[in-house]
Design a binder for this molecule. Structure first.
Ligand code: DAH
Length: 339
């Protein structure tokens, strides 16, 4: 009997191994200790019936208690290993997933793309130009007089010397005329800069889209029809437009195009200051001086041009009251336009 008790005692030592065992070792221990055929504890239990009743009780009691302990420790370790299997490289695979954030293009970028795509269908090519320009490209070649107020450092951001952050996308008219022969049909989206206040309707940095067509035989009819077609595509097929006389140095005649107020439909409201109309772009027939400045024969070639602000168009279309919302990076505003 003392042999059996000593054997049980040494088996008790094995309990310490269990919490350290990996899955394979745990299976081995299970067979080694509790296996039905030749488990060490099983062997002892088999010997119990041959003992004297007194001894039987002592050995049997100790052996059964140890059996329960071993089984308990093994089951606990099994549980632990099972849970551990869902942790891979420190990541708990059973944790609930984080919600996924979906990004999208900024509303102004979307509107720029949409406008350019409409003109693409009408035969225009999308091109870009530099944001830092010389006075010649930004002003003089576009027929601005030397004393025009836009040339004042009060109104434009000068980078030094005669280099200025472009105040409009019109200089790309000149760059294109210098580099490509007519027929020319381009749309030019891009950033522009002016010393304007940052308020509900102004920003010192803003986007513009220039349009420019030069060829033989282009008339005022082509000009009006192209822009009216555009307005009906970007707003709605029944949107009415009107042209008002205006002035720009690089067009003659010049016009501003209005569309029926997108808020009240033309009956008059606060947004259109009771006029029923909203101005969306400046435009005109290309001034002969612009063509001549680029060594093109203005008797042979004619054209039309326009410039518009995509921020403004987005504001009219979606009823956005403040241009600063485009620059604030407030996700609550921006995410409304993710598509
Ligand atoms: N460049 C003008 C501006 O920024 C907009 C403009 C008006 C562009 C008439 C044109 C045009 O091409 O024909 O105010």
């Amino acid at each position: 009997m003392s042999d059996l008790l000593a054997a049980l005692n040494s088996l008790r030592e094995r309990l310490k191994e269990i919490p350290q065992a990996d899955e394979r070792r745990l299976q081995e221990l299970k067979t080694e200790l509790l296996g039905r055929r030749s488990g060490a504890l099983t062997e002892i239990l088999k010997a119990v019936p041959g003992l004297e009743p007194d001894e039987r009780r002592r050995v049997g009691g100790t052996a059964n208690a140890l059996k329960r302990e071993l089984e308990g420790a093994i089951a606990a370790r099994e549980q632990e290993l099972k849970r551990g299997a869902t942790v891979v490289a420190g990541v708990d695979l059973t944790m609930p997933a984080r919600p996924q954030w979906r990004g999208g293009l900024h509303l102004v970028t979307q509107v720029v793309d949409e406008i350019c795509d409409i003109f693409k269908e009408l035969g225009f090519t999308r091109v870009v130009g530099p944001e830092a320009e010389t006075e010649r490209y930004n002003f003089y070649a576009l027929n601005f007089p030397k004393d025009h107020p836009a040339l004042d450092a009060q109104d434009s951001f000068y980078l030094g010397g005669d280099v200025v952050l472009r105040t409009h996308t019109s200089p790309v008219q000149i760059r294109t005329l210098e580099n490509y022969p007519p027929p020319i049909r381009i749309v030019v989206p891009g950033r522009c800069y002016r010393r304007d206040p940052f308020d509900a309707s102004h920003s010192p940095v803003f986007e513009q889209i220039e349009g420019f067509a030069v060829d033989e035989g282009i008339t005022f009819v082509d000009f009006k029809a192209t822009l009216a077609t555009f307005a009906r595509r970007i707003f709605s097929p029944t949107t009415k437009v009107r042209f008002r006389p205006s002035y720009f140095p690089f067009t003659e005649p010049s016009a501003e195009m209005d569309v029926q107020c997108q808020i009240c439909g033309g009956s008059g409201c606060a947004a259109c200051k009771q006029t029923g109309w909203m101005e969306i772009l400046g435009s005109g027939m290309v001034h002969p001086a612009v063509l001549e400045n680029c060594k093109l024969d203005s008797e042979k070639y004619t054209g039309f041009a326009w410039g518009m602000g995509p921020e403004r168009i987005a504001m009219l279309r979606y009823g956005i009251p403040d241009i600063r919302l485009f620059f604030d990076s407030d996700v609550r505003f921006l995410e409304q336009f993710i598509r």
